[in-house]
Design a protein around this ligand. Structure first.
Ligand code: BGC
Length: 373
């Protein structure tokens, strides 16, 4: 059945043909995507829904490599930044599309205490970022694709060993990507541990709703369901305050063009790179937290999540990357909306907890849903 579905999909639409369109799905495809230096094979899965939307995810880093979606005229474009081949991701990817973990975002000075014991995370500079020197984004995940009632789906699993990158406990992690018929890419995360540990997983897709080669995203409009944020110091570690966005350049409670107050947002390099608080603490189901609109194409991205925070990042550090089709990705050529627990949570008992104990389940669901108007 699985082979047949793949075969039908392959016959109906050549891999990544720009002629993608309604009538090709739902289906999934599976294809090799190169080898790691140790010879392990990387596989890429492409999920296709009935509207012709196509999302590709590879087993290295559980990375979303393509997200092809129509504009208001029905014209498809790939709306995530990435590379044409595995080498691009291995050489120097700024976390394009990957799963970040075991703890996404920053841990101050790469140290935290849990049950009275201090742990040091690898790769601190001086803070740990996105799970240490070799986080979940640089791991080979096992994967299995299937057709589910909600759409084509690929389930990725990875077990992070006790002590890996300095974190305690064997952490069994499952991340399932499902492409729904409403053009929502749903990501369900599940993790369990055999020792108390800390967990904060997210997806790090860089979006440009004009298409990955569409240039600056400063003309996109953003609305966030967030009347608070976690101010940070000059090194982006939260001060511990939860402050109102009202009267600041971080107020996106009404739809606002991203570039309007970007300079006032400050930072080095200048731009947005901040965690917003939307109060969906322990929400049982994913709630709408962000809506981004690109005026020319009419594409709209909605982000729904069960997580209490979302990091809004405007690609401030981009500049050196040459991506898909030889595209030079420059500063502000993409934005990320990383649904997550707050930065430095392992050191902040006042923030929603990232501690996971044996017998408990870490679960989070985030949906990136695209439409056009
Ligand atoms: C962080 C940025 C960082 C980027 C790396 C984001 O999640 O907030 O500060 O540069 O990831 O690509």
């Amino acid at each position: 059945m699985r082979r047949l579905l793949s075969l039908l999909a392959a016959l109906a639409s050549p891999f990544f043909a720009s002629a993608a369109g309604p009538g090709t799905g739902p289906a999934f495809e599976e294809a090799p995507f190169g080898k790691l230096p140790d010879g392990s094979a990387v596989t890429r899965y492409t999920l296709v829904n009935k509207n012709g939307v196509r999302v590709s995810v590879m087993t290295y880093g559980g990375t979303v490599t393509h997200f092809e979606a129509p504009d208001k005229a029905g014209k498809f474009a790939d709306i995530v930044l990435g590379f044409d081949d595995l080498k691009g991701y291995l050489d120097a990817s700024p976390y394009f599309g990957c799963i970040t973990g075991r703890v996404a975002n920053r841990i101050a000075n790469a140290k935290f205490k849990l049950d009275g014991k201090e742990y040091t995370v690898t790769g601190g500079n001086p803070h740990a970022l996105h799970g240490g020197a070799k986080g979940f984004d640089k791991r080979l995940w096992k994967a299995e694709a299937s057709m589910t009632a909600d759409g084509p789906s690929v389930k990725m699993t990875y077990t992070s060993k006790d002590g890996e990158e300095g974190f305690p406990g064997n952490l069994a992690t499952t991340v399932t990507y499902t492409l729904q018929s409403d053009n929502g890419l749903r990501i369900d995360y599940l993790a369990t541990t055999d020792k108390a540990t800390v967990v904060n997983l997210t997806n790090h897709s860089y979006f440009n709703l004009a298409g990955h080669s569409g240039g600056e995203i400063l003309g996109h409009t953003l609305q966030l369901v967030a009347d608070q944020y976690t101010p940070g110091d000059a090194t982006m570690i939260p001060t511990g305050k939860i402050a109102p966005v009202a009267g600041t350049p971080f107020d996106f409670t009404k739809p606002t063009v991203i570039g309007t107050r970007l300079k006032e947002a400050g930072g080095d390099p200048v731009g947005y790179d901040l965690n917003f608080v939307h109060g969906t603490k322990n929400a049982a189901s994913a709630k709408l937290v962000a809506t981004v609109t690109e005026p020319k194409s009419g594409r709209v991205l909605e982000v729904l999540t069960t997580e209490p925070g979302v990091q809004f990042y405007t690609g401030n550090f981009l500049g050196k990357e040459v991506g898909k089709g030889g595209t030079a990705y420059k500063q502000y050529h993409a934005f990320c909306l990383e649904a997550q627990h707050f930065p430095d949570s392992p050191n902040r008992p006042e923030f929603p907890t990232t501690t996971l104990k044996p017998g408990e389940e870490y679960r989070q669901t985030t949906i990136y849903r695209v439409s056009a108007k």
